[in-house]
Design a protein around this ligand. Structure first.
Ligand code: CMP
Length: 131
């Protein structure tokens, strides 16, 4: 998912280009906006964390671009491409190094396991929207 601040800054095209150039195949793509309730559900695993409220409000603050991506070793390779959660710690050449504003407004989200990728994919897309 490309997050609200990166969308508002007009980075969507460049971020998608980096993703496709890294060899990911686009299975699904959707321009949409989460309500606070939906953002709260998406990030439910973090609900006990101090930053949860801020995260939910931010994720509902503007449109996002949600995608399902396919590649061998996709979860690990995507996390490598996006870089560390905190852009100050993200490696050169990563999406977050280039586009993230802060640890909270960090430009992109990537699933942390195949299991969560399936859950998060189903959150945004019906089976008919997955090619
Ligand atoms: P993401 O990879 O989408 O997964 C959880 C999100 O919570 C993370 O990116 C950040 O946007 C946000 N997040 C994680 N840690 C912090 C933090 N310490 N302060 C604020 N936001 C955070």
């Amino acid at each position: 998912m490309i997050k609200p601040e990166a969308m508002a800054a007009g980075h969507a095209g460049k971020v998608l280009d980096m993703i496709l150039s890294a060899g990911f195949r686009l299975v699904s793509l959707k321009y949409t906006r989460l309500s606070e309730a939906e953002a709260g559900k998406f990030y439910e695993v973090h609900k006990e964390r101090g930053f949860y409220r801020e995260l939910v409000e931010y994720m509902a603050s503007g449109p996002v671009l949600a995608a399902i991506l396919e590649k061998d070793n996709a979860v690990q390779d995507f996390r490598k491409l996006i870089g560390s959660t905190d852009p100050a710690e993200a490696a050169e050449g990563t999406i977050r190094k280039r586009f993230a504003e802060s640890k909270a407004k960090n430009a992109v989200h990537g699933s942390d396991s195949d299991e969560n990728a399936a859950i998060e994919g189903a959150f945004f897309f019906t089976t008919r929207e997955q090619y």
